[in-house]
Design a protein around this ligand. Structure first.
Ligand code: NAG
Ligand code: NAG
Ligand code: NAG
Ligand code: NAG
Length: 819
């Protein structure tokens, strides 16, 4: 079903973005001198009509402003076929294995599989999208360079699948590639050799792809595909059995209702068949079919080949581009194996050159862990296309943003397979080490999603596949809501580590980025300003909620970290203050790099970095720590209301009860990540009492210190590990998070290097914390097969979702000491 997507590009006069000057332009009209009473009334009516028109025009303007793109050259200068090396890729991180191009409406390829013996009615047991419920004991890329190749291992019960791909440049349409799928049993399940497995390779068209696909089947060969699209030109896809026994092959060629319903389409087209009337039955695909109720013959947009074999066996899927004339051989079998090995070796060398883990004395299996974790960051990059749904104060209903592409990493292939603004800044700290240009391209795509206000929506749900994974209530993005501006952290990291490589095209890219950075900074600086001079506040907390023990601050990224109990406009948040100070500092550095006027940014940075102002707004003498400020009481509890007499609802939901009146104060009975932000952002002065106190506090096992890293909230805090509502378990209320630990380790490294009385204390804690974090993440990976969203502060066990190779992958930077 095609949605009506409206893009309203409203150009403002002379390219200015100021709403007030624009609004008044409509009012300047030539007034004629009034002659007589008639003219007078005519004028009054005219003016009224004009006034109404202006009001409506202005309201219309305000309504569309949220979906008006920022008015300056796009930062992404080259895309699609203009970047042939990045054209094809594993840009469908939400599937176990899928390939597509960096095109708006790409042809997609992918894998599904199942084991006939354990396939349950309704298709339960068919693997396609990464789902936690599939209960796979492990899956992820072992190696992936982001350009040429990738190798992934998937452990499904007693079976092991290895999926890999290698690209081969040639011709004018992004070249060829070959994908290999190998199925085997794990050594400890050798008795299951010869068990049946079914691999389904599919090719599908997006509903807007221009072109066609057709099955190619002859009696002697496995069914493949031929086709043509506007981006790819002509192509063929051939499938070869490479090893083992293939028992049966069948195919499906049909019209699927959409890319989000491919598995469902397969399920409705599986048939039980046997060659002899009472012979053994096989599950086969239905061949060429038409969707039910169709009258005229429809062209297929979905072709699947099912190959059933006895484990172990392997197949190669060979994609050949029509404009590639002089390929030396069919890229399969031995020639594929050689190419894969060659790329794997190069990957290992590049990895060592960058992170130097061998040189640092890490063991082979630790290096393998690190390579795999980096590969999951790189292999987690997707290419999405679509329009967000957004809403501003002036829209009665959510409206569609413009259709746009997004090249981005994802936090978790199973649980969050889409772009998140503040996660992406953290991903960039690792990815820029691996490939600076890849990271700059990602940053460029994100900033092209900026609207005329300087706002970037924080969660990007683009395309039907992404949408299918998000509950309806989380789809709409509001333009009042911020999210930590972590891209400034990435850019600071890039300038500090790679300034000498920022030349030529990279510098030109930064030039195009600059006006958007300015607008982004201004948006934060203006919209999230607090009432006290120099203070900042996360907008969007709900002051009216009765269910939440402490109203959430989703925008801060630290969802349920306890803040002032009663949200008001007068509160101020120390973490946001520090984000803005860091952002101003980065803007000042960026302006200097680009030889622009840096004065304003340096001034703001110095103003905010001034520890006197910070202390005046946020330092608690009583607790000797930095803290939020607001209308607060600790005396709140969740309580089950008494059912009303004769009410049917005997079990009413818990509500919050406030036992003591809140008052304006520092929220200094709480201690956790938020309170150490001046340290995390390296703002607290090296010789200050505050630094000494923070170093002592983070090292204190009764506060933040654990053997697994720093916990998010001290056990002494009133809301430590408390549920926020009946349905919301604690999230940032004690668990160990690796992104913040990375910032802490980086800050310790910093304070261990700069002059100051606490240098050796910082160095000491640096060594311990770095070891604790690395060792636990690796230990849990060995134990569970995954890298996790967060870790339990008492046991070190992984919790939240898995795999979460988003910012937890920063452990690779920690191993390589890249800050
Ligand atoms: C996966 O494991 C969970 C808990 O261990 C269980 O509830 C669920 O049914 C399992 N799912 C499948 C598909 O086996
Ligand atoms: C592929 O399958 C055919 C027919 O089953 C068989 O003859 C051939 O040897 C197989 N090729 C490989 C490389 O296993
Ligand atoms: C696959 O199995 C089905 C059912 O046993 C049979 O009808 C069909 O001919 C087989 N196809 C091939 C290619 O072996
Ligand atoms: C940020 O906002 C403050 C006012 O709240 C202003 O004084 C300062 O100049 C702004 N900084 C920049 C760089 O725009």
């Amino acid at each position: 079903m095609a949605r009506q997507r409206k893009t309203t590009e409203k150009k403002t006069d002379k390219g200015t973005n100021s709403s007030s000057s624009n609004g008044s332009n409509y009012v300047e009209t030539k007034a004629k001198p009034a002659t007589g009473i008639f003219m007078f009334w005519k004028q009054i009516i005219g003016c009224t009509v004009l006034f109404i028109a202006v009001v409506f025009g202005y309201l219309g303007y305000l309504e569309t402003r949220v979906i008006t793109p920022f008015d300056s050259a796009k930062v992404v200068a080259k895309s699609g076929l203009d970047v042939p090396l990045l054209y094809w890729g594993s840009y469908r991180p939400g599937t176990y294995f899928g390939l597509k191009t960096r095109d708006a409406n790409s042809l997609v390829n992918g894998l599904m599989w199942y084991f006939p013996r354990t396939l349950r009615p309704g298709g339960d047991g068919i693997r396609h999208w990464c789902e936690q419920n599939d209960n796979l004991s492990k899956y992820g890329w072992k190696k992936h360079d982001g350009y040429n190749f990738g190798v992934q291992e998937i452990i499904d019960g007693p079976f092991k699948l290895t999926t890999s791909f290698v690209k081969r440049p040639g011709g004018k349409h992004g070249g060829d590639w070959t994908a290999r799928v190998e199925v085997d049993v794990l050594p400890e399940y050798a008795s299951l050799k010869n068990e049946e497995a079914a691999l389904l390779w599919y090719t599908a068209l997006d509903e807007y792809t221009k072109g066609f696909i057709k099955p190619t089947n002859s009696a002697t060969k496995i069914t493949g595909v031929r086709g043509e699209t506007s981006g790819l030109g002509q192509f063929v896809i051939k499938i070869f059995n490479i090893s083992g026994v293939i028992e049966n092959e069948s195919f499906l060629s049909t019209e699927a209702p959409g890319l989000h319903l491919l598995k469902e389409t397969v399920i409705t087209n599986l048939r039980l068949m046997s060659s002899k009337p009472d012979g053994p039955k096989k599950i086969v695909l239905a061949g060429e079919t038409q969707p039910l109720g169709g009258l005229e013959k429809r062209e297929p947009n979905f072709i699947v080949t099912q190959i059933q074999g006895r484990v172990p066996f392997s197949i190669d899927i060979v994609y050949e581009s029509g404009s590639f004339y002089d390929r030396p051989d069919t890229f399969a079998g031995e020639s594929y194996t050689q190419a894969l090995n060659w790329h794997s070796t190069r990957f290992g060398q590049k990895f060592e050159n960058i992170f130097g883990l061998q040189k640092k004395g890490f063991k082979d299996d630790d290096i393998e862990f690190a390579q795999s974790t980096l590969s999951n960051t790189v292999g987690g990059i997707g290419y999405f296309f679509g329009a967000s749904r957004v809403q501003s104060f002036y829209n009665a209903e959510p409206v569609y943003y413009w259709n746009a592409p997004l090249y981005t990493g994802v936090p978790s292939r199973s649980f969050f397979p889409r772009g998140f603004l503040w996660d992406e800044g953290f991903h960039g700290l690792l990815l820029s080490q691996w490939d600076l240009d890849m990271e700059l391209d990602i940053i460029s795509h994100w900033f092209d999603l900026m609207n005329a206000e300087g706002w970037i929506p924080r969660e990007q749900i683009l395309g039907v596949e992404s949408l299918a994974k998000v509950p309806e209530q989380f789809v709409v993005q509001r333009n009042t809501n911020a999210n930590p501006p972590t891209f400034f952290l990435t850019l600071r990291h890039i300038i500090e580590n790679y300034e000498e490589s920022l030349t030529g095209q990279r510098l030109e890219l930064l030039e195009r980025l600059y006006p958007r950075l300015q607008a982004w900074f201004s948006w934060f600086n203006a919209t999230q300003k607090g009432t006290a001079p120099g203070s900042y506040i996360w907008k969007g907390r709900d002051p009216l909620t009765k269910r939440e023990l402490n109203p959430k601050t989703l925008t801060s990224g630290l969802d349920d970290f306890p803040r002032a109990s009663h949200p008001t406009e007068h509160e101020r948040h120390i973490d946001l203050y520090c984000w803005i100070a860091m952002a101003a500092d980065t803007m000042s550095k960026m302006s200097k790099l680009l030889k622009r006027d840096f004065f304003k940014y340096e001034q703001t940075a110095n103003y905010l970095k001034d520890n006197k102002l910070m202390s005046q707004l946020h330092w608690s003498e009583y607790a000797e720590s930095f803290a939020d400020y607001g209308l607060h009481t600790d005396s709140v509890i969740l309580k089950r209301p008494k059912p009303l007499p004769r009410s049917e609802h005997q079990n009413l939901e818990l509500v919050r009860v406030t036992l003591k009146n809140p008052e304006y104060r520092l929220v200094d009975t709480t201690f956790g990540y938020v309170n150490i932000f001046p340290f995390l952002m390296r703002l607290v002065e090296p010789d200050s009492h505050a630094l000494r106190k923070i170093l002592t506090d983070i090292r204190n096992p009764e506060l933040l210190w654990t053997e697994y890293g720093l916990r998010s909230l001290a056990p002494s805090s009133p809301l430590y590990m408390k549920r926020n509502t009946e349905h919301d378990p604690p999230y940032w209320r004690g668990q160990v998070w690796i992104n913040v630990n990375y910032l802490a380790i980086g800050a310790l490294n910093h304070y261990g290097e700069v002059e100051g009385p606490f240098r050796s204390q910082a160095r000491e804690i640096y060594r311990e914390l770095r070891a604790n974090v690395m060792e636990n993440v690796v230990r849990q990976y060995r134990k569970s097969g995954y890298v996790w969203e967060q870790y339990n502060d008492k046991t070190g066990e992984g919790s939240g979702c898995r795999p979460f190779t988003g910012w937890t992958a920063l452990v690779v930077n920690i191993m390589g000491e890249k800050y």
